[in-house]
Structure formats: structure tokens, C-alpha cells
Design a protein around this ligand. Structure first.
Ligand SMILES: Nc1nc2c(ncn2[C@@H]2O[C@H](COP(=O)(O)OP(=O)(O)OP(=O)(O)O)[C@@H](O)[C@H]2O)c(=O)[nH]1
Length: 403
């Protein structure tokens, strides 16, 4: 008997590690921080000479970290490649086209808001080159869709910051895009995979490969983390996959949903319906997110759980937009999207405390940036969202831009 512990009198509190923290994984607790700033992975371009100091996003990311992530998630990546090889990835139809006069008129950079001239050569460069241009884009969805500042209006969905923004804010020239097919590709139907999910509304499957991956177009990803230039044209245009990532609740789906609405991919009637339905279910602030969050479970929880896909065309590219889940429980699903991506949009929440949380150990702003890097996504733009929650503070924006 003496050899056995007396479990009846055991004090469970004493058995726990002192630094045990619910909800944090061992990996998170043990994840090494970069000791120096010499191991930059992402190098952001300084946008203004007046702004200086602050911590850089790249300081949080070391080559060592990136390698660890690549190893950790290699299985998921392989799953994605297997799915691709198995032919489960289908073709898709472009939603947008340019008018002839638009195509002939403005410069390609104006028509092609996401990927200005020069991107192709950069994409063609080896993904091992630790360089990515990070251009903060000041965007804010209307306060009416924000749970913190509800019901104020809808007109400023995508806007530049009030103050001097010539060097840092990039308004998307949405007027140059026109819907070719007025029928939204994703909003009115439930895919078999979504239907399948709805049959198990309370079962989360964070470790399964994204079912929506079957909808992803086939870019020529290879088992090695090599260059991701797009090589599969749709018609005459090359295709490019852009994944939208960021910490949970950063506003990714709302931002993309609103952008699609402004582009005309979602009609007024559908948005009106979403607004009414979301209001009825007490989720009024998620009306625009419902454009991309289609499943009942996602709408009930107010959380994106799987990759959502939509497409649009610029004058030179067929863009496949992938909205990734931000919650850490769904990292594998985020990876299935990121593994297909050629470029990324990192959405950060400017709200005080929220931005910092995203960068904390375990925050998904940092983690997603690392994952994109480790998966070979060489181009990353940053969108500073929810500026309305900080009264459009220029100071705060500058501090975030410097991070
Ligand atoms: N105040 C304010 N709220 C916003 C803004 N953008 C989004 N929100 C709100 O933030 C909440 C989360 O928005 P989502 O679009 O679901 O965020 P997400 O990043 O897609 O969330 P996950 O995909 O689940 O990680 C919703 O209540 C939105 O209305 C904004 O610019 N300002």
C-alpha cells in the first residue's frame, strides 16, 4: 500500500502547474520568442518618415518559429495537397468583368486594387525570400454593423482614415469593378459540405480538413514551399488566391461581406434580408458577415468556422478570395485556405486591448502571420479595421502601422 498514492486525500490544486492557464496549449506556453530583431521575416515598408519606434510585426516572427509551424502543420498541408491531387478542387466562374472603357482607361494599378503592377514578379520570387510588403489599409465597416457601436449608418464601409493618408491608406477603387454575373455564387445555396455540417450543429471539428477546400480552385501548389505564382489562367487571366486572416473578431467576414456588397456581388435585397434575420436572432451586427458565414452554426455562434470562398475579376487577375476563420480552434481550417493562397490580407482590430491581444502569445494575429510565412505566402497586406472604436485616432493608427 505504501507504494501507492492516496488519491482520496489528494489536493488537486497542488497537482496543477503553477502557471497552468486554461485554454492555452503547451505549444503556446513554450513557444520561443525571437531574442533579437535580426531574424525578421516580414519587413514592412516605412510609410511615413514621421512615424518611428514601436514594435514591429516582424519581431515576433523568427525563421525558427516559421520552421516549427511548417513542421507542426505539415500534415494539414499534405491533406490539402492530397485533396487537390484527388481532383476534388473544382473550377469556378468569374463574378466580375471590366467594362471595355474601364479596361482601356485607368492604369492597371487603379483597376487592380489588390495587386498593383509589380506583384507578379514579386510573387514569382522564391517564397524563401524573407520579404513581404505590408501596406496597412485603413478600412472600417460601418458602425451599424459593429457590436460596440451599433446603428449609425452604412456609408463609410471602406474608407481611408480622416487624417493624412496619402502614403498609407489605399482606398480600393471599387468603381472599376463590375459584376458579370449578378447571381452571387455563395449566398443563396448551401453546399453539400455545409449541409453536412448543419446536421451536427453542436459538434465542432476543428481538426478535420476544410470541407470547403473542395470548392477551392486548383492553383499549382507543390509539396515544397516554393513559389506560388499563379499558373492556371481562367480564360486569359491568371488566377490568384488571396486569403483573409487575423485574430478572431477582427472583422474579416464583415469587411469582406461589405466589400462584396459595395462591389454589387450581393444585392440590396439580400443584405436587407440578412439584416432582418440577424436582428431577429440577436446578431444584428453580423449582417454583413453573413454574406460569407453561411452555415447556421457559424451564424448562431457569430464565428467563422471554415474557409469561405468567393471570386472576382480585375483587369489582369481572377481573384479568389478566401475568408479564413480567426478562432484558434479552427486553425487547421485556416491552414487549408492559407496553403492555397498566393497572397494574404491580415486584418487587425484597432480597438484598444484587442489589437494587443492579437499579438500576445497565443494571439492569432501573430500566429496567422507566422503560418502564412511558413506556408510560403510571400505577400501580405495589413488592413487596420475598427478604427471607429478608437475615434479614428491618428496616433493609434500610426502606432499600429509601426507594429
Ligand atoms: N465597431 C466596429 N465593429 C466591427 C467592424 N467590423 C466588424 N465589426 C464587428 O466585429 C464583430 C466580428 O465581426 P466578424 O466579421 O465576424 O469578425 P471575423 O474576424 O470575421 O470573425 P472570425 O472569422 O470568427 O474570426 C461583428 O460584431 C462585427 O459587426 C468595424 O469596423 N467597427
Amino acid at each position: 500500500m505504501a507504494r501507492h498514492r492516496n488519491f482520496h486525500n489528494i489536493d488537486l490544486d497542488d497537482e496543477r502547474d503553477d502557471d497552468y492557464s486554461y485554454g492555452r496549449s503547451v505549444e503556446e506556453d513554450n513557444a520561443p520568442m525571437s531574442p533579437t530583431t535580426a531574424q525578421f521575416i516580414y519587413r514592412r515598408r516605412r510609410l511615413t518618415s514621421s512615424t518611428s519606434g514601436g514594435t514591429k510585426l516582424s519581431e515576433f516572427i523568427s525563421e525558427e518559429d516559421a520552421a516549427d509551424y511548417a513542421a507542426d502543420y505539415a500534415l494539414d498541408y499534405d491533406d490539402a495537397l492530397e485533396a487537390e491531387a484527388a481532383g476534388r478542387i473544382s473550377d469556378h466562374q468569374p463574378m466580375f468583368h471590366l467594362d471595355d472603357d474601364q479596361a482601356a482607361g485607368p492604369t492597371s494599378s487603379a483597376i487592380n486594387p489588390f495587386f498593383p503592377p509589380g506583384l507578379e514578379p514579386r510573387l514569382a520570387a522564391s517564397a524563401s525570400t524573407p520579404v513581404a510588403v505590408s501596406t496597412p489599409v485603413t478600412v472600417s465597416t460601418p458602425a451599424s454593423v459593429g457590436k460596440r457601436r451599433p446603428q449609425e449608418g452604412e456609408s463609410s464601409a471602406v474608407s481611408s482614415s480622416k487624417a493624412d493618408s496619402s502614403a498609407r491608406a489605399t482606398n480600393l477603387p471599387l468603381e472599376h469593378l463590375k459584376i458579370a454575373d449578378k447571381t452571387p455564387t455563395r449566398h443563396n445555396s448551401k453546399s453539400p459540405s455545409r449541409t453536412g455540417k448543419q446536421q451536427q450543429p453542436n459538434v465542432l471539428t476543428p481538426n478535420s480538413s476544410s470541407q470547403r477546400l473542395t470548392q477551392l480552385p486548383n492553383s499549382s501548389s507543390t509539396p515544397t514551399f516554393s513559389s506560388r505564382t499563379l499558373r492556371r489562367p481562367t480564360g486569359t487571366k491568371p488566377m490568384i488566391n488571396m486569403v483573409v486572416v487575423g485574430h478572431v473578431d477582427a472583422g474579416k467576414s464583415t469587411l469582406m461581406g461589405h466589400m462584396l456588397y459595395l462591389l454589387g456581388a450581393v444585392d440590396q435585397r439580400t443584405i436587407h434580408k440578412y439584416k432582418q434575420e440577424s436582428q431577429r436572432s440577436g446578431k444584428a451586427s453580423f449582417a454583413f458577415a453573413w454574406v460569407l458565414d453561411e452555415t447556421e452554426e457559424e451564424r448562431e455562434r457569430g464565428v467563422t468556422m471554415d474557409i469561405a470562398k468567393t471570386t472576382f475579376d480585375t483587369d489582369s487577375k481572377h481573384v479568389v478570395l478566401l475568408d479564413a476563420p480567426g478562432h484558434k480552434d479552427f486553425i487547421p481550417n485556416m491552414i487549408t485556405g492559407a496553403a492555397q493562397a498566393d497572397a494574404g490580407l491580415l486584418v487587425v482590430n484597432a480597438t484598444r486591448g484587442e489589437f494587443e491581444t492579437g499579438f500576445d502569445q497565443g494571439g492569432q494575429t501573430r500566429e496567422h502571420a507566422m503560418l502564412l510565412r511558413s506556408l510560403g505566402v510571400a505577400q501580405l497586406a495589413v488592413a487596420v479595421n475598427k478604427l471607429d472604436t478608437i475615434e479614428w485616432s491618428q496616433e493609434r493608427f500610426d502606432a499600429i502601422s509601426e507594429t
